[in-house]
Design a protein around this ligand. Structure first.
Ligand SMILES: Nc1ncnc2c1ncn2[C@@H]1O[C@H](COP(=O)(O)OP(=O)(O)OP(=O)(O)O)[C@@H](O)[C@H]1O
Ligand SMILES: [Mg+2]
Length: 268
């Protein structure tokens, strides 16, 4: 079976060759089977966002190889990779255009990766129906708000729509970088549950960075902990299912020889 994602000896440096050189990813090897839902945790500066940026192409790769569904994309541009990747970031303002309506935003997401826009009236009606069905999946009553300006919606609603936009075309890979961190705890849980539901329904291969250890244990079939640019912990299936937060902290200490000292991780 072809891996949904394969990283081979991925290295990433910042300011290479200067006194400020930082070796941020140190030979990451990672294979994700289709449909795997992986929670990614790790302290501040561990390299989590750098990893996702490298996979998405927003950071050119310094060394190593990236394959998505068997295709070598290591040197492809962000735009070219976008047909394979859906992304959601932390800031609910970033994923949607505030002055456009819900329908217009979703239509833009539908156009992604397509060359022409030539909807006839019949197609448009069908498209509206499809978008309404998709919005209904969110269970937020948004299917009746197609003509509402996105800027008028709450952060949670916007993040739910961003998530829907990112998954509308069933991407080969879904990349989430702390996508619930800016939401209040209750809304965060709604969006997390929605994430799990969309991932399961569409069988999406997903990498989800979170600072919330409880979420990392609760969601996904696999958990990876990055530490100083390397994968320190990689657990899946039954082994992951029985882990607790104290287990995870102990495991981290065992692997890295030190306590995890990131306040955000420990307090969440
Ligand atoms: N553009 C850049 N130039 C120089 N250094 C950078 C750059 N981007 C990130 N870094 C450094 O690389 C390291 C990894 O950063 P990264 O953003 O990947 O960490 P992270 O695990 O996502 O952390 P956080 O939990 O704070 O989001 C950090 O030390 C950071 O300061
Ligand atoms: Mg980050």
């Amino acid at each position: 079976m072809t891996n949904a994602l394969e990283l081979r000896k991925l290295h990433q440096f910042f300011n290479q060759g200067t006194v400020n050189e930082r070796h941020v990813l140190k030979g990451i090897d990672l294979k994700l089977a289709p449909g795997e839902f992986v929670a990614v945790i790790g302290g501040n500066g561990a390299g989590k966002s750098t990893l996702l940026n490298s996979i998405a192409g927003s950071l050119p790769v310094d060394q190593g190889q990236i394959k998505i569904e068997g295709e070598d994309v290591t040197y492809e541009t962000v735009a070219k990779r976008a047909r394979l990747i859906g992304r959601v970031f932390q800031d609910p303002q970033m994923g949607t255009a505030p002055l456009l309506t819900v329908e217009e935003n979703l239509s833009l997401a539908l156009l992604r990766g397509q060359k022409r826009n030539c909807w006839s009236f019949g197609v448009k009606k069908k498209q509206r129906q499809f978008l309404q069905e998709q919005l209904a999946l969110l269970n937020l009553g948004l299917e009746d708000r197609l003509s509402a300006e996105i800027g008028l919606l709450s952060g949670g609603q916007r993040q739910a729509i961003t998530l829907l936009m990112a998954t509308l075309q069933n991407p080969a890979l879904l990349l989430l970088d702390e996508h619930t961190a800016a939401l209040d705890p209750q809304t965060s849980q709604i969006v997390m549950t929605l994430t799990a539901q969309l991932v399961a329904e569409k069988q999406l291969t997903t990498l989800m960075i979170t600072h919330n250890m409880a979420d990392a244990l609760k969601f996904g079939n696999r958990l990876i902990m990055l530490d100083q640019g390397q994968i320190a912990i990689d657990v899946a299936g039954a082994e992951k299912a029985q882990l607790t937060v104290p287990d995870l902290l102990a495991l981290f200490k065992h692997k890295s020889g030190q306590d995890l000292t990131d306040d955000r991780v420990l307090l969440s």
